[in-house]
Design a protein around this ligand. Structure first.
Ligand SMILES: [Zn+2]
Length: 273
């Protein structure tokens, strides 16, 4: 027994893991889906670089997620611009019912309670309200952070972190967010340079949250690549990793923009456990 313990301790020391990924499930873990906007897509064809969906229309949702691990919170993505809240749909067909901070208040949290903000990627519909969480450590793909540093349209949202006012952790590998293997940010580059997905191993089963690895169910089924995409080969390799993880873990897959996937988690303010 002692031998096994020593071997395990040596393995953990070698791999730098502080805790084994199982057997530490006593810290409560909860997952909420937040409404972070809707997007009317006038021509769905932009989501295919192989000529699919041309001329079709679809309304996509923008989803954010809150993970509570004991007394720490991870906010995953920050939706569309908070200035759109409770206004009529804008010229691009974007609508936001309620800001994230207001939704968090409804379940008893303030913006300052958020320990980490993880962003799947730097696009406007995933980073719109990031500036509302200045106390949070920003967890962004390293490749994305390099772009944010020089990309003027993104600069105002990230000014606080760019200026050194906030902590940022650019990730160039997977990140075990809370150190017990239950919440992992996964590097899935391709859609953007440092695109990321999120794996949450709830007591009720693992949930794999897509980022924009896919934008809706049909383009997951065909393994499609959007016309706006940074590296096609990387996106296909990330599709492969995503699908293998989903299958091998038996994970519930949630495509963040897919309206049909909203119901895969309890309706806010209820949380999955
Ligand atoms: Zn998106």
């Amino acid at each position: 027994m002692r031998k096994i313990f020593l071997a395990t301790a040596a393995f953990l020391a070698l791999t730098g893991m502080q805790n084994p990924p199982s057997g530490v499930a006593d810290t409560p873990l909860s997952l909420w889906r937040l409404d972070c906007g809707t997007l009317d897509i006038g021509d769905l064809g932009v989501f295919s670089d192989t000529g699919l969906y041309s001329g079709e229309k679809k309304t996509l949702v923008a989803s954010c997620y809150l993970v509570q691990h004991g007394d720490r919170l991870l906010l995953w993505d920050t939706g569309v611009d908070g200035a759109l809240a409770r206004k009529p749909k804008d010229a691009q067909g974007t609508f936001l019912k309620e800001k994230i901070v207001s939704q968090l208040q409804r379940i008893g949290f303030d913006a300052a309670d958020v320990t980490y903000v993880g962003i799947s990627h730097y696009h406007y519909d995933h980073t719109g309200q990031v500036a509302d969480f200045p106390d949070a450590i920003l967890l962004t793909g390293k490749g994305d952070w390099e772009v944010i540093k020089v990309w003027k349209p993104a600069e105002p949202r990230f000014r606080h972190w760019l200026s050194g006012g906030g902590k940022v952790e650019p990730l160039d590998g997977d990140k075990d967010v809370f150190g017990d293997g239950r919440v992992t940010i996964l590097q899935m580059p391709g859609h953007t340079e440092g695109h990321q997905a999120l794996l949450v191993r709830l007591a009720s089963g693992p949930v794999l949250i897509s980022g924009d690895q896919y934008h809706f169910t049909e383009n997951r089924e065909v393994g499609g690549v959007p016309s706006f995409n940074v590296d096609r080969a990387d996106t296909l390799a990330s599709h492969d990793r995503f699908e293998k993880l989903a299958k091998n873990l038996g994970a519930k897959v949630i495509i963040q923009h897919e309206p049909g996937d909203v119901g895969k988690l309890p309706a806010f303010p209820e949380a999955a456990k």
